[in-house]
Design a protein around this ligand. Structure first.
Ligand code: FES
Ligand code: FES
Length: 221
C-alpha cells in the first residue's frame, strides 16, 4: 500500500470513505450484515422454541435430566440415577467405583475401557449406560480377585505381560471374549484377536504368550 503513488492513495482513501458513507446511507455495515444473517438463520429455531414450555426448552437445550438406571454388573444389580448421556464407562467408574475399565481415548479406539456385554467385548466408553440395562456386564473386577485370579489374569502375571498396567484390564477382558470364541488359537489368531486394544508400553509379545497360556489352562479346566 505504501508503494502506491500519492494520487492512488488519495483514490483509495476516497473510495473507502465513499463505501463507509454508502453503508451509513443504507444503514447496514458488514458487521451488521453478519449479525443479521446469524439472527435470520436462528429464527426458525427461536420460533419453534417459542411454542415450547420453559421446561421443554431447557430439555431441548441441555438434554433430559437424570433417570433411574439399573445395570447388571458382575452378577449384581446396581442402581443409579443417571443422565441418559452417561456412558457405561463413566457409570462403572464414577457411580459404582469399578475402576478396572480405564478411560484413555474415550472415543472407541484404544480398548482400555473394554468390558464384556453378554460375553462380547465392547468399548464401554462407546455404550450408553441406559442402553446396557438389559445386558449382563462383566468387568475385570468380576473375572477374578487377588488371591483368586482368573487363569487369564494369572497368565498375564506369569508372562510379565504388563508394564504400566494401564491397558491391562482391557486386554484381559478382550482375551476373555476372544478365548470364548477361539478356544484353540494360533499365535496369528491371537495377534488379530487383540487388534482392537493398544498398549503404549508395547508389551504385545508377553500378552500373546499370556493368551496362549490361558488358552491351554482353560482347555484343561
Ligand atoms: S477409552 Fe474406550 S476405547 Fe479408548
Ligand atoms: S502396559 Fe502400559 S500401556 Fe500397556
Amino acid at each position: 500500500m505504501d508503494d502506491l503513488p500519492d494520487n492512488s492513495k488519495e483514490k483509495q482513501q476516497s473510495s473507502d470513505s465513499d463505501e463507509q458513507s454508502s453503508r451509513k446511507k443504507k444503514g447496514v455495515s458488514r458487521r451488521d450484515f453478519l449479525k443479521l444473517s446469524g439472527v435470520s438463520a436462528a429464527a426458525p429455531l427461536v420460533a419453534k422454541a417459542g411454542t415450547l414450555t420453559q421446561a421443554d426448552a431447557a430439555v431441548a437445550e441441555q438434554g433430559p435430566g437424570k433417570v433411574p438406571v439399573v445395570l447388571n454388573v458382575n452378577g449384581k444389580k446396581l442402581r443409579a440415577s443417571l443422565e441418559p448421556r452417561v456412558t457405561l464407562l463413566d457409570a462403572l467408574r464414577d457411580q459404582f467405583e469399578l475402576t478396572g475399565a480405564k478411560r484413555v481415548c474415550d472415543r472407541g479406539t484404544c480398548g482400555a475401557c473394554t468390558v464384556l456385554m453378554d460375553g462380547k467385548a465392547v468399548y464401554s466408553c462407546s455404550v450408553l449406560a441406559i442402553d446396557a440395562q438389559n445386558n449382563q456386564i462383566t468387568t475385570v473386577e468380576g473375572l477374578g480377585e487377588p488371591g483368586h485370579l482368573h487363569p487369564i489374569q494369572q497368565a498375564f502375571v506369569d508372562n510379565d505381560a504388563q508394564q504400566c498396567g494401564f491397558c491391562t484390564p482391557g486386554f484381559v477382558m478382550t482375551t476373555a471374549a476372544f478365548l470364548n470364541e477361539h478356544p484353540h488359537p494360533t499365535m496369528e489368531d491371537i495377534k488379530h484377536g487383540l487388534g482392537g486394544n493398544f498398549c503404549r508400553c508395547g508389551t504385545y509379545a508377553g500378552m500373546r504368550l499370556a493368551v496362549m497360556q490361558a488358552a491351554k489352562t482353560l482347555k484343561g479346566a
